[in-house]
Design a binder for this molecule. Structure first.
Ligand code: ZN
Length: 252
């Protein structure tokens, strides 16, 4: 089986489907849509803050993605090179060159070209329908769904539902990290995702490599909730990956 993943930013591959890549024995291709320029710079400096250099951040994250993909056993990395969109409200968010401002059909054509080249049996990406997800995640997922529409390719959306969200919040609270509770819309959204999950992959020992791959994204760990968990907590919360099968019949 040939596996292809399409993710918005370097490090998303670990969160969404890292364990599936580790467990996969055949050829695997990882498509990274953006350079992740609006991640944290050295020392956790945020975009727009003095000392944040998007070019340096992109270079750092490129090397980190290489290292993470080594841990995950990825055969080929394909970078689409779009500019990270950042978060709503940021000045750069309205910049027409950012990923989410590129027409979804245009992105889909580039993903389709890679699908035609590698002929994956299974494609995994973000959840296009998760309203609370980063705009780049939904954009990548919409483009991917469009790219494989009508093909025999099996498509999965990664799905973080209410159960894992609650387990993560509980583990963080145990460590003294108290996040604001999810509002009604978010809770409803998480329950809806939970109800749509079709596929649960128990990672077994692969979760250790998944976590190691996450830690290769060293520059971003200050913003990673998963990185605030102990190894034992991480294995409990992230030891199963959950997906929504959108089309096709291949199992994960
Ligand atoms: Zn992301």
């Amino acid at each position: 089986m040939i596996l292809l993943g399409v993710f918005a930013h370097p490090d998303d591959e670990c969160t969404v489907a890292g364990g599936v890549f580790v467990r996969h024995g055949g050829q695997s291709i990882l498509v990274s849509c953006t350079n992740g320029e609006f991640g944290d710079d050295v020392g956790g400096v945020k975009p727009g803050a003095p000392g944040h250099d998007p070019v340096r951040v992109a270079a750092t994250r490129r090397a980190e993605l290489d290292a993470a993909c080594g841990r995950l056993g990825v055969s080929v990395i394909e970078r689409l090179g779009y500019h990270d969109s950042g978060m709503p409200g940021w000045d750069a968010f309205t910049d027409q060159t950012v990923f989410s401002a590129v027409a979804v059909e245009s992105v889909a054509l580039r993903v389709r070209a890679l699908v035609d080249r590698y002929r994956p049996d299974v494609v995994v990406t973000h959840n296009a329908d998760a309203a609370h997800e980063h705009v780049d995640h939904r954009h990548a997922a919409r483009a991917t769904a469009l790219a494989v529409e009508g093909l025999p390719t099996t498509l999965y959306f990664g799905a973080t539902g209410a159960v894992r969200f609650r387990e993560l919040m509980e583990a963080l609270a145990h460590n003294g990290i108290h996040r604001p509770p999810a509002d009604v819309d978010r809770r409803r959204g998480l329950e809806l995702i939970e109800s749509r999950i079709t596929t649960r992959v128990a990672l077994g020992p692969a979760v250790v490599d998944k976590r190691a791959a996450l830690f290769e994204h060293a520059s971003q760990l200050g913003s990673s909730l998963a990185a605030q968990l102990t190894a034992e907590q991480y294995e409990a919360v992230f030891g199963t990956e959950t997906f929504i099968r959108v089309q096709g019949e291949w199992g994960l």
